[in-house]
Every structure is written in structure tokens, then in C-alpha cells.
Ligand binder design. Structure first.
Ligand SMILES: NC(=O)c1ccc[n+]([C@@H]2O[C@H](COP(=O)([O-])OP(=O)(O)OC[C@H]3O[C@@H](n4cnc5c(N)ncnc54)[C@H](O)[C@@H]3O)[C@@H](O)[C@H]2O)c1
Length: 437
């Protein structure tokens, strides 16, 4: 099936100099990850760019001082050049993750690949097969595994502190502004367009955390319920228009107001100002308002968009050893937060990522007591996924240098179970049945 002549040898012996990486897709995410190269030039160097958008290609090349010869507008032209780096950071959009990664693996590069791995079970299994055939390292950007909050929880689970896991309950409450920018107005608002369901796009981290905590126990069957309940025209409040800054009578009171979210609060600029990126990195307020009034998709009323993904979904999982787990995705909450509660045979762990601590409890049957409590405080960064984004890159560099993987290492093989749960959950929800994995 594969041509063995195409296999190139791996230089896996401990490497001392910086890892040289090529960015594929010079967008928002690779911009975040490559901050690691800016801060740690002795560890990681960006030496090439593959990006079809000329402006983004030019900006990234300037940021990393990449010569013109190492800038490519397509994967095809890139892989035809003899290998000139150790690895690729692939931050393209969901739908093309697998199709762009396969030629890169064949050309001899290891890959740090954005999540989701792919948008169908078939393609992620194919990618896994190809990666193992060529002996390439592929790590998935499941950044939450690296957030110290989850790493510390995992460490305690591995130490046997709460015994064998019986049940895991997680929730992801997607804040109202995030819901609107990504899943109502934005790039992940339609499965038809981006090929990812909301569960895949938003919660592949959460289902990955569940699968990771289960440490190799495979999921067995899955059930799920969810729908688009709020963000469609029938739910539009009286006075809502089609565009916040054109014909809306309730804009000043609306939490989803484009003016409030993207101009006054100055949030989500990477998405909101994409359509006017040609005006430069700092468009004026007047230019932003003009775009929101005219053709900017982020200026649309949240009740009058072309979105079709769910705004809430619940997933129930049974594992091969009988343990169970449940995950709730809720879009549009006031407080954006992720919660977790793990109950084991000897104790439990409960916490909220954004609160900066988790609690460990053990039964305490002494008279007048119920349980013993220990609180573990974590220095949680407000952005970059609880601090996970750059720790992931650090671990990728560490593994690329030939070191042992960490307890978080998101190898492709170890990242598949969470995705399988999601594909099964979406099928269960769509077909109204329990799906065996
Ligand atoms: N790990 C996380 O927590 C996290 C968070 C947000 C998004 N993501 C994922 O990151 C990925 C990228 O999202 P983003 O917001 O950075 O997207 P983006 O649109 O900002 O960047 C993608 C870039 O890829 C370029 N591109 C398109 N086709 C290409 C091709 N054939 N070859 C090379 N480049 C190509 C685009 O021009 C664009 O610049 C998505 O899959 C998304 O789901 C992950």
C-alpha cells in the first residue's frame, strides 16, 4: 500500500540546537504557538511559511525573518523542496488538516497538528496509519492537557489518589461572546461549511481530557442529545434587526452587540477584523464600524445568521471497564468556564479551571465528619487555555529533541479516543440512538 522507498530516516537522537519548524497556515493559532519561538529562540526557530494569503505570508515572513525562498503559497510547492526543517506546525482550518498533513509526513517532517485531527473517523484513522508507516511523530494541539490545572489532576489520578475512576463529569460553558463570534457569526457556525460539528470544534479538548484521564481504557458506547435552541430567527427579540449597527433597535441592551464585543471590549479582533486585514494591523474605529455596517460577517445579528450547529449538547459515555462519563456543552453562558468532577473508588476531585484551584475529597467516617478536603491552588493564566498553549509547544520541542514524552504528550495515537467519542456522539444525536464504538 505504501512505497517504502519514500521513507526517510528519522534523526531522533537527542538534538541540542533549536528545532527548526515550518508554519503551515499563518493564521491565528500558529501565531500563538510561534510566540514560543520568539521567546525561546534557542529552542525553536521558524524557518519557513506555507500560506496562500499573500498578506499573511508576508507578515509571518517579516515576523520570523524568513527568506523569500522559504515562503510557499501551497503545500505542493513546499513538499517539492528538499527537506530543510525538522518539523511543521500545521494550523490550517479543520477540514484540511488531514489532506495537508499527509504530504508533509511523506516529505519527512514531524508535525504539530491543530485539533481536530480531522473531521471524520475514516480520515483520522488513515492519518494514524500513514504516520506510523513512515515513523513520523504527530502531536495534536490538545492544549488543555498542558494547562497546569489538568496536568496536576492527571498526576493525582495516576498516583492512585482517588482509586479507580467510576465516573467523570465535565462541562464546557462557552461564554456568550465566544459563542457568537465562533459558532453563530463565525468560522465554525456551520457543519456544511467547516465540516466540524460544534462538539468537534469546541469540545474535542474536553472529550480528550476524559479519554486521557481514563488512561487507555477504551470507550464502548455513547449517547447524546443536543440542538440549536436559541440562535435562530424565531428567538429574535422584538426590535432586533439584521445588522447590529444598521437596523437594530435593541443594540444598546444586547449582550451580543458587535460594537460592544469587538470595538468597546476589543475582544476577538483576530476574527472580527479579518475581512479588513488589508487596511493594516490597526484599522481605525471608523473603518471597523463601516465594515460592521456593510459586509463584515461579524456585524450580523446573532438571530439572523447562517448558523446551523447546536448551541447545547450533552454526551454520555460508557467505557469498557464499566466506568461512565458525561459531558455538557452549553453555548452562551454568562461566565465562560470548564468544570470537572471525577469520582473514584477512594475519593474525588472537583474543580473549575477558571477558578484556579481544585478540591480533593476523601470519605471521613469519624463522628461529626463527612469527608476530608484538600484544596490545590494552580496559577491559572486567563488566556492561552489556562497556560496550556505554550507548554504544549515546549513539550513538542522536548519530544522532537529525542526526550521521553511527558504525561501530557498528545501523540496522535493517544489522541484518537476523544475524537471517536465525538463522532459517535454526533451520530447518536442525529440518529437518535446509542452508538457502539
Ligand atoms: N487548540 C485550540 O485550542 C484551538 C483554538 C482555536 C482554533 N483551533 C483550530 O486551529 C485551526 C486554525 O484556526 P485559526 O483560527 O488559526 O484559523 P485561521 O483562518 O486564522 O488560519 C488558518 C490559515 O490557514 C491558511 N490556509 C488555508 N488553506 C491553506 C493551505 N492549503 N495550506 C496552508 N495554509 C492554508 C489560511 O489562509 C489561514 O491564514 C482550526 O482547525 C481551529 O479549529 C484550535
Amino acid at each position: 500500500m505504501f512505497n517504502t522507498a519514500e521513507i526517510t530516516s528519522q534523526e531522533s537522537e537527542n538534538k541540542t540546537g533549536p528545532i527548526k519548524a515550518v508554519i503551515v497556515g499563518a493564521g491565528n493559532r500558529t501565531n500563538v504557538y510561534s510566540t514560543f519561538a520568539v521567546e525561546n529562540p534557542k529552542e525553536l526557530q521558524i524557518v519557513g511559511i506555507v500560506e496562500p494569503d499573500p498578506l499573511r505570508r508576508k507578515n509571518a515572513a517579516e515576523r520570523f525573518n524568513v527568506p523569500k525562498d522559504n515562503c510557499f503559497e501551497s503545500i505542493d510547492t513546499f513538499v517539492h523542496r528538499p527537506k530543510f526543517a525538522d518539523a511543521v506546525i500545521n494550523g490550517t482550518m479543520d477540514e484540511i488538516h488531514v489532506q495537508t498533513t499527509i504530504p508533509i509526513l511523506k516529505a519527512g517532517y514531524d508535525v504539530l497538528l491543530e485539533k481536530p485531527i480531522g473531521t471524520t473517523e475514516k480520515e483520522i484513522l488513515k492519518l494514524n496509519e500513514i504516520a506510523s508507516f513512515y515513523g513520523r511523530k504527530v502531536m495534536i494541539c490538545h492544549v488543555l492537557r498542558y494547562a497546569p490545572f489538568y496536568t496536576e489532576i492527571k498526576r493525582r489520578v495516576l498516583d492512585g489518589l482517588i482509586g479507580e475512576i467510576i465516573n467523570i463529569q465535565t462541562a464546557e460553558n462557552v461564554g456568550y461572546d465566544h459563542m457568537a463570534v465562533s459558532f453563530v457569526r463565525g468560522k465554525w457556525n456551520s457543519k456544511e461549511n467547516c465540516k466540524s460539528s460544534m462538539l468537534l470544534a469546541k469540545c474535542c479538548h474536553d472529550l480528550d481530557i476524559i479519554a486521557w484521564l481514563m488512561s487507555g481504557v477504551n470507550p464502548k458506547r455513547v449517547s447524546s442529545f443536543g440542538s440549536l435552541m436559541h440562535f435562530h430567527p424565531e428567538k429574535a427579540p422584538e426590535g432586533a434587526g439584521k445588522r447590529c449597527l444598521v437596523d437594530c433597535e435593541i443594540e444598546s441592551d444586547c449582550p451580543y452587540s458587535a460594537r460592544k464585543n469587538y470595538i468597546e471590549q476589543d475582544k476577538w479582533g483576530w476574527y472580527a477584523w479579518r475581512s479588513i486585514q488589508h487596511l493594516g494591523p490597526d484599522p481605525t474605529v471608523e473603518e471597523k464600524i463601516e465594515s460592521l455596517k456593510t459586509d463584515n460577517p461579524y456585524g450580523r445579528c446573532v438571530w439572523h445568521c447562517d448558523n446551523d450547529v447546536v448551541d447545547h449538547q450533552s454526551v454520555i459515555i460508557e467505557f469498557e471497564n464499566g466506568a461512565t462519563a458525561a459531558h455538557n456543552l452549553v453555548g452562551g453562558s454568562a461566565k465562560a468556564c470548564r468544570t470537572i468532577h471525577i469520582i473514584g473508588t477512594k475519593g474525588e476531585i472537583q474543580g473549575c479551571l477558571e477558578d484556579g484551584y481544585f478540591t480533593i475529597r476523601h470519605p471521613d467516617p469519624r463522628k461529626g465528619h463527612a469527608y476530608k478536603t484538600e484544596k490545590v491552588y494552580i496559577n491559572v493564566s486567563n488566556n492561552m487555555h489556562g497556560g496550556g498553549d505554550l507548554l504544549l509547544v515546549a513539550d513538542f520541542v522536548h519530544v522532537m529533541k529525542g526526550n521521553e514524552p511527558s504525561i501530557s504528550t498528545t501523540s496522535l495515537e493517544d489522541s484518537i479516543n476523544g475524537h471517536l467519542i465525538i463522532f459517535a456522539a454526533d451520530q447518536a444525536n442525529e440518529e437518535n440512538k446509542v452508538v457502539n464504538i
